[in-house]
Design a binder for this molecule. Structure first.
Ligand SMILES: Cc1ncc(COP(=O)(O)O)c(C=O)c1O
Length: 388
């Protein structure tokens, strides 16, 4: 029989999150591996969705999203970043940021086009690029500071570059790109006449005075950027998969050209509930940031006391933790053994690099968990036998 799986997808195997969440379940370990909260967003959002289901909002929505949500997104983007956007022609709703990224790349990329990816990279970027017919071109950022090497970035751009994918705040390393780094990316996009697809799902999770700056707001980038975000992390409803993009009309048309044939639309009651959520006001967003700042402080303090090499992440809800000081040098072996050994699971950092040697003595620890669960995880980790 012929091989059913295409050669382009076979190398990607099973997502690292599937593997380590399965392992956590097997050992009933505390799952600090996959990035979903162990708490839900506000009850009022859930009630809103239930009420819309009962009222009969259960048939297909317009492919680009229900009007109330698109208007709420336009208002939020204006409130947070001072961007004026047209809710009809510049805002699109998808089945999560993941689908927004795939649909945007599928609408933009021709066979042979190159797409620049920063690594460590969120796991969907490379397969989405390849499924869209493009070739990933990597720029590597390294533990512990994950600084952008200007020469390496410049060298990655060429006339073959059609797009760059930028994730800020960045999973898994917690980096928030600075204005200078964003300006360099903007300059190169304009010099090489290419587009940026930005994944900003952690836009509201920044700490210690770091602030999120969307690339689309930089001079010359308004018509070159597909700004993507999601309600998943902001409203602690990762399973709802309501994501969106903001982009100029021509770029929006490119993304919608594929989106209409990928999912067509996202469940309308969930979209309407997220329209309500977007209007929750500043207290909600500052409360979210504050509660994550507390979880982050707790995890950083405990991991450092146990002996992990930790640096405070400027954004996201992940900590990159070096395991070298504990006497370990193989992140996969460490993470595969950890659920049985300590009852906790984490993600090996090298999974986010193409060359698995990078990040081999680092793990990603998620702190999107309630305080007592994080405390218990740290107590368990404290019992970990040291190798050195
Ligand atoms: C960088 C990044 N992008 C996208 C997503 C997924 O977003 P969504 O659930 O809206 O597809 C995640 C989830 O972990 C993420 O970390």
């Amino acid at each position: 029989m012929r091989e059913p799986m295409t050669r382009k997808l076979a190398p990607f195997g099973v997502s690292v999150f599937t593997e380590f969440t399965r392992l956590a379940l097997e050992h009933q370990a505390i799952n600090l591996a996959q990035g979903f909260p162990d708490f839900d967003g506000p009850d009022a959002i859930k009630e809103f969705a239930c009420e819309r289901i009962r009222r009969g909002h259960n048939q297909y929505a317009p492919s680009h999203g229900v009007a109330a949500l698109r208007r709420a997104i336009a208002a939020k983007v204006q409130r947070c970043y001072g961007l004026e956007v047209d809710a009809e022609d510049e805002v699109t709703v998808y089945a999560g940021a993941t689908e927004a990224i795939f649909s945007s790349l599928a609408g933009l990329i021709e066979p042979g086009d190159e797409v620049i990816l920063f690594e460590p990279a969120y796991d969907s970027y490379a397969p989405s690029t390849v499924m869209a017919g493009g070739t990933p071109r990597y720029v590597t950022l390294r533990f512990p500071d994950f600084a952008v090497d200007e020469d390496e970035l410049r060298a990655a751009f060429s006339p073959r570059t059609k797009a760059i994918v930028l994730n800020t705040p960045m999973n898994p390393c917690g980096k928030v790109f600075s204005r200078a780094e964003l300006s360099l990316i903007a300059e190169l996009c304009q010099q090489f006449d290419c587009f940026a697809v930005t994944d900003e799902v952690y836009e509201h999770l920044t700490f210690d005075g770091a602030s999120h700056l969307p690339l689309i707001a930089l001079p010359g980038m308004r018509q070159r950027t597909v700004m993507i975000s999601s309600t998943a992390k902001t409203f602690s409803m990762t399973g709802w998969k309501v994501g969106y993009s903001v982009a100029g009309p021509r770029l929006t048309a490119a993304s919608r050209s594929s989106h209409q044939f990928v999912t067509f639309c996202t469940p309308p009651p969930l979209q309407e509930a997220m329209a309500f959520a977007m209007g929750l006001g500043d207290e909600y967003f500052s409360g979210l940031r504050q509660s994550y700042a507390e979880r982050r402080a707790l995890l950083l303090e405990r991991l450092a006391a146990i002996g992990f090499d930790v640096r405070p992440p400027a954004g996201t809800y992940y900590v990159a933790a070096g395991i070298g000081p504990l006497g370990f040098d193989d992140d996969y072996a460490f993470c595969r053994g950890l659920p049985a050994l300590a009852g906790v699971s984490m993600i090996p950092f090298s999974a986010f690099y193409r060359d698995r040697h990078a990040g081999r003595d680092v793990v990603r620890v998620a702190f999107c968990k309630s305080g007592p669960l994080l405390e218990e995880a740290c107590v368990r980790l404290g019992r970990l036998p040291r190798r050195s």
